[in-house]
Each structure stands twice: as structure tokens, then as C-alpha cells.
Design a protein around this ligand. Structure first.
Ligand SMILES: Nc1nc2c(ncn2[C@@H]2O[C@H](COP(=O)(O)OP(=O)(O)OP(=O)(O)O)[C@@H](O)[C@H]2O)c(=O)[nH]1
Ligand SMILES: [Mg+2]
Length: 295
């Protein structure tokens, strides 16, 4: 049985957090100028490029958005990037904590009871990155062998593949090669960002964690993956990790859009705003067609 819950898009996914009311309000005001419905919550707003976990195994060692991406975001000329969903697929052995990781990020909950995922499930998380709305569709797959053929049908079209293993169980790390190979087989070579994520960090002492990370970082380099250690139980590194996934995927989507556009004549309705010299972006936003039927 395939479970693919048609989850509605929640504003910001997790419960709203009201740590700084004024900043929240200003974030909401900015977000509400953007086209994709309700505002995202403050902790889904990414203004600067999120940092890697370790420079020893990271996909990009840089601290800022690509210059062209930054300029395109400022001009609001990112095409349909703000309207599309980027697919992220999470794979790995049963019981490593894939569902827990996703639920911690999307719902801010943790359940210590194990409920095996049957087939697949997904969550949609909305962000605002460099002022542009952006959404990730995060696919949770079953680690149990008997559901593997169902889950693998959903690997196609992934922009990011997250291979998860349990930091306390070295066998699950060894199996990540196979999970990655299976997921990559369904995708175009070189088209996916790859992440290797060690889960259940809270169960290890600092020294034990560092020891486990040596092997994991080594494997991540081999896989050309970015490495992260996280805990769904405490929430450690969970938000930082998904922010990094979102920013990398977003930047790639914008760059692809710019590349496509430079190779073709501008099309009517390619999603870009008309840039009016000297006008603030808010004014440009107010000229954006507001809904179906508007020309
Ligand atoms: N201590 C601790 N336990 C965790 C953590 N993450 C998950 N668990 C526990 O590990 C068990 C398995 O977690 P799941 O998230 O269901 O694992 P899964 O990878 O989705 O498993 P399948 O759906 O069968 O593939 C559950 O009992 C969780 O409570 C964590 O960060 N710390
Ligand atoms: Mg699961």
C-alpha cells in the first residue's frame, strides 16, 4: 500500500514561532508581497547562504549566493522558480530515523515510538530565499526491503538525495552506498545534490560522535556528498541542514533558469517581472498580475 499524503501547503510547515514579534511582522509584510499565498514563518526565511556542517565534506565552500543569483533575486527575475516545487528524496535503512528527521523539521515533533513507513509519504515546506518564495517537496521513503520497489518508483526527478544512516549502527552507514546507487539510477547523472546524514547524534558522546564521523566523512567524499550529523530528538542541526538543502537547490534552480533564459529570447509570460528603472521592488510587486484572468 502506498501512502502519499496529499498534504496541504502549511504556512511555514511547523507551528508558528513567536520569538520576536516585530521581526516576524516585518518578515510577514515582506513575504506577503510575494505571489505564493500565505507568508512563510520567520524561521523559513533564508537571507544569507547557510553554512556547511564540515568543510571536509561539503558541496560548496562559499558564504554567499552566486552573484548572478543574488542580482536576479533583487530584480525579482527568477522566472517560475518561486512557483515550482523541488523534489528531495530521503533514503536509508529501516529504523535509521528518516521519518523522525522530516517530522522534526516540518512539524517540530519527535515520537520515540517506531512506526515503519509503508511505501512513501511526503511533506511540502515553504521557504523564502533571498526574498523569493521557494518550496521543497520532501519525500520520506520506507527502509524496509519489502517496500523498496514501491519507494524506488518515487526517486525520479530528485534535485537532492539525502542518504541517512544511524550514527550508532555502522552497518547502516555501509548500506548507504547501495541506497544512493539505487536513487541515482533513476535520475540524470550529475543532476542531484547528494547528502549523507548521520542521525541520532544525541545517543553518542562527543568523542564517539567524532569517531563515527571520521568514517562517514570519508564515505561522503567518495560519494561526492555533503556530510551532516543531526538529532531529530533534540533538533540539533536539523533546521540548519534543511536550510542548506533548500539554499543549494534554490540557487541551482535560479542558475538553470538564467541559463535557459540566456539561451532563448524572452517569452511573454516567462514569469519575470517587468523591471522599471528607479522603482522600488515593492512597487514592482504591486504591478504583478494577481490571479487567474488578470492580463
Ligand atoms: N534517540 C533518538 N532516537 C531517534 C532519533 N531519530 C529517530 N529515532 C528513533 O528511531 C526509531 C526509528 O525512527 P524512524 O524515523 O521511524 O525511522 P525510519 O528510518 O523512518 O524507519 P522506516 O520508516 O522503517 O524506514 C524511532 O523509535 C525513533 O523514535 C534521534 O535523533 N534520536
Ligand atoms: Mg519512516
Amino acid at each position: 500500500m502506498v501512502i502519499a499524503a496529499a498534504n496541504p501547503i502549511r504556512p511555514g510547515g511547523a507551528e508558528p514561532r513567536a520569538s520576536a514579534a516585530a521581526a516576524e511582522l516585518s518578515g510577514r509584510m515582506r513575504s506577503s508581497l510575494l505571489p505564493l499565498g500565505p507568508p512563510v514563518s520567520r524561521d523559513r526565511i533564508i537571507a544569507s547562504f547557510p553554512k556547511w556542517y564540515t568543510p571536509d565534506a561539503c558541496l560548496q565552500l562559499k558564504e554567499h549566493f552566486h552573484g548572478q543569483v543574488h542580482a536576479a533575486c533583487q530584480r525579482r527575475s527568477t522566472g517560475t522558480v518561486g512557483l515550482s516545487l523541488s523534489k528531495v528524496v530521503v533514503v536509508g535503512d529501516l529504523y535509521v530515523g528518516k521519518t523522525s528527521l522530516i517530522h522534526r523539521f516540518c512539524k517540530n515533533v519527535f515520537d520515540c515510538n517506531y512506526k515503519a513507513t509503508i511505501g512513501v509519504d511526503f511533506e511540502i515546506e515553504r521557504f523564502e530565499i533571498a526574498g523569493i518564495p521557494y518550496s521543497l517537496q520532501i519525500w520520506d521513503t520506507a527502509g524496509q526491503e519489502k517496500f523498496k520497489c514501491i519507494a524506488s518508483a518515487y526517486y525520479r526527478g530528485a534535485q537532492a538525495i539525502i542518504t541517512a544512516f544511524d550514527l550508532t549502527d555502522v552497518q547502516t552507514l555501509e548500506h548507504t552506498r547501495q541506497w544512493l546507487e539505487d536513487a541515482l539510477r533513476e535520475n540524470e547523472p550529475g543532476s542531484c545534490f547528494i547528502f549523507l546524514v548521520g542521525t541520532k547524534k544525541d545517543l553518542l558522546s562527543r568523542a564517539a560522535c567524532e569517531q563515527a564521523e571520521v568514517e562517514a566523512v570519508h564515505l561522503a567524499k567518495e560519494m561526492q556528498a555533503e556530510y551532516w550529523s543531526v538529532s531529530a530528538k533534540t533538533g540539533e542541526n536539523v533546521k540548519a541542514f534543511f536550510s542548506r538543502v533548500a539554499a543549494l537547490a534554490f540557487e541551482q534552480s535560479v542558475l538553470q533558469h538564467l541559463e535557459r533564459r540566456s539561451g532563448s529570447q524572452p517569452q511573454v509570460g516567462d514569469g519575470d517581472l517587468i523591471h522599471m528603472e528607479g522603482s522600488p521592488s515593492e512597487n514592482q510587486e504591486s504591478k504583478r498580475p494577481s490571479g487567474p484572468g488578470c492580463c
